[in-house]
Design a binder for this molecule. Structure first.
Ligand code: ACO
Length: 312
């Protein structure tokens, strides 16, 4: 049995916050943000839209895309560091709202690598024959934990959600290999303080990200018994265009073979990979049988990568 993605959906908040808007809020410039991060604008969820609302909207679209009924979902995993509250989890909230009564449900906290952790966890249950369908959501309302007076972080983050339905796919397709990792020693470089604000040592995170994104991508390709030339598309976590470019260059892929949504959504943490994947599929850039590599890193520190052959 091979586990693969059989449906995708996303939710993007309407409100746009541009770099020029941020120039009026903190000491920064559009030019600085664009050249250092690649970000031009990001989306911010309105006060009455919480993490669970975005997760639900993306999940409904993924179920429709997969043509799977909510009652047929066996497990719901929601990757987020910005749940509505500690409990009930976002996974339990959307289990009720979807009517997925059969599903067990839990949140996963692995920061920007959370969606990778979710896919790999779901894969185990499907390939062991335990479950038929697992819903994995990556969702964040990072605007809630952003200190809007701190220019080091305020310019980076955005809100949004992406969801995938995992199910059994035909031989040779689906998740071919994965790598998950963590290094708690780096926790001090990226954390939430007592005011619930994100504190980051950008340079340390940058160095770690460049190294880990490249290494993990190469590792999953090798574990799948493939070489760099076999890779058709790279979906990196959308934190910073310079980090993404380093991973792309490590895989020797041309620019058009890497997903880029960071310019319009900023860093949406656990949501960035599923949102990007969903957009590339909708744009017709990924085809049946293509090999894709997804790779993410985040606070913890955590990281995760997956090589997948697209298709059912
Ligand atoms: N506008 C203008 N100047 C700024 C801004 C800003 N928004 N932010 C910082 N600066 C200043 C700094 O104060 C510094 O000034 P100084 O030299 O006088 O001290 C100068 O710009 C350069 O700062 P650097 O840190 O060297 O800038 P760098 O090129 O490293 O870019 C950045 C900073 C964009 C944060 C980069 O380090 C980065 O992307 N790091 C990784 C961040 C990341 O990916 N985090 C993901 C984790 S998210 C999660 O897990 C939820």
């Amino acid at each position: 049995m091979n586990a693969g993605i059989i449906g995708l959906g996303r939710y993007i908040p309407e409100k746009v916050l541009t770099n020029h808007d941020l120039e009026k809020m903190v000491e920064t410039s559009d030019e600085w943000i664009r050249t250092r991060t690649g970000i031009e604008e990001r989306r911010i969820a309105s006060d009455d839209v919480n993490t669970s609302h975005m997760a639900l909207a993306a999940a409904k679209k993924a179920l429709a895309d997969a043509d799977v009924a909510a009652e047929d979902i066996d497990m719901i995993l929601v990757a987020t560091v910005t749940p509505d509250q500690a409990f009930p989890t976002v996974a339990c909230m959307i289990q009720e709202q979807l009517g997925a009564h059969k599903a067990c449900a839990m949140d996963i906290s692995a920061a920007c690598a959370g969606f990778m952790y979710g896919l790999v966890t779901g894969k185990q249950f499907i390939e062991s024959g335990t479950f038929k369908h697992v819903l994995v959501v990556g969702v964040e309302k990072l605007s809630r934990i952003t200190d809007w007076d701190d220019r080091n972080t305020a310019v980076l983050f955005g809100d949004g959600a992406g969801a995938a339905v995992l199910g059994s796919v035909s031989e040779g397709k689906g998740i071919l290999s994965f790598e998950l990792g963590a290094d708690g020693r780096g926790g001090k470089h990226l954390y939430l303080d007592e005011k619930d604000h994100t504190i980051m040592n950008g340079r340390e995170v940058f160095k770690f990200a460049v190294r880990q994104m490249g290494e993990s991508s190469v590792n999953v390709i090798e574990k799948a018994g493939l070489s760099k030339e076999d890779v058709d598309f790279l979906i990196p976590h959308q934190a910073n265009i310079r980090i993404m470019e380093a991973a792309r260059e490590r895989l020797e892929l041309p620019v058009e073979k890497m997903s880029k949504t960071v310019h319009k959504y900023g860093n949406t943490s656990a949501a960035s990979i599923p949102i990007s994947l969903c957009e590339e599929i909708e744009a017709g850039k990924i085809h049946d049988g293509d090999v894709i590599v997804m790779v993410g890193f985040g606070g913890g520190l955590t990281w995760g990568a997956i090589a997948m052959r697209w298709g059912r």
